[in-house]
Ligand binder design. Structure first.
Ligand code: PXP
Length: 246
């Protein structure tokens, strides 16, 4: 069954817009995580960025306490944040590229160019009992490099697919890239997740991509929650994921 991890960063973005300097501002990402889990989400994803623009350090132990299902901790491969992840012990760490000027994570990791440092972080995480995923574009050379790093998972970057969705020709090409990359990763023994830019509109076509285990979805669910409520937004996403054949 295709699993849903809800990314609750955008709940924290809204809180930080008003309560940057105060504790206990609303909306509370930990309470949101609980609602997502109660609505049937299989896990929660959160990204502690170096600039702390949304999730802040104080959220992390609370999230770890509440998220008894899968806690997917997104981090950049930088020493300060790696040490925090080792202390928090999430179920899985997803290593992502991070640039301060970007609005959200914009591209996949260049695993080839950062092989040694990613290998070292992967080793330390695994020794602490934490699985490791690498967020990459659907590029076969990057998949091979993820295998060389020894990662357990890749997360395929679906941003370009989401961006191309309204052109039939372009979205078909992007789906084909995801299909080929996912097959190759599976053949290499990697498990495959996907995420970025996914919506209830573009998830159904993603059923064409084989071997997916988890989707990480944030912005669309949290945005829809403003009008439908979070529980309904999570349930509607689970409905369009249902029936995935793998
Ligand atoms: N996966 C990764 C690695 C991400 O960085 C993000 C965005 O934080 C997501 C998934 C979720 O993307 P979106 O908010 O567009 O659903």
């Amino acid at each position: 069954m295709l699993q849903l991890c809800v990314n609750i960063d955008h709940v924290a973005t809204l809180r930080q817009a008003r309560y940057r300097d105060r504790k206990n501002g609303e909306p509370d990402p930990v309470a949101a995580a609980q609602i997502c889990l109660d609505a049937g989400a299989h896990g929660i994803t959160a990204h502690l960025r170096e600039d702390r623009r949304h999730i802040i350090d104080a959220d992390i132990p609370e999230l770890r306490r509440v998220v008894r299902r899968r806690f997917n901790f997104e981090i950049g491969n930088v020493p300060e944040i790696v040490e925090i992840a080792l202390r928090v012990k999430p179920d899985i760490v997803c290593l992502v590229p991070e640039r301060r000027e970007e609005v959200t994570t914009e591209g996949g990791l260049d695993v080839i160019a950062n092989l040694n440092s990613l290998m070292e972080t992967r080793r330390r995480m695994n020794e602490a009992g934490i699985e490791v995923s690498l967020f990459i574009g659907p590029d076969l050379a990057q998949v091979d490099a993820a295998e060389a790093v020894g990662a357990q998972f890749i997360e395929l970057h679906t941003g370009p697919y989401a961006h191309a969705f309204h052109s039939k020709q372009e979205r078909t090409a992007e789906i084909e890239r995801l299909v080929v990359a996912s097959r190759h990763a599976h053949a290499c023994g990697l498990r495959v997740n996907a995420g970025h830019g996914l919506t209830i509109e573009n998830v159904p076509l993603l059923h064409l991509v084989p071997h997916l285990q988890e989707l990480n979805i944030g912005h669309s669910i949290i945005s829809r929650a403003v009008t439908t409520g979070l529980e309904v937004a999570v349930r509607q996403m689970l409905e369009v994921m249902d029936g995935y054949l793998g």
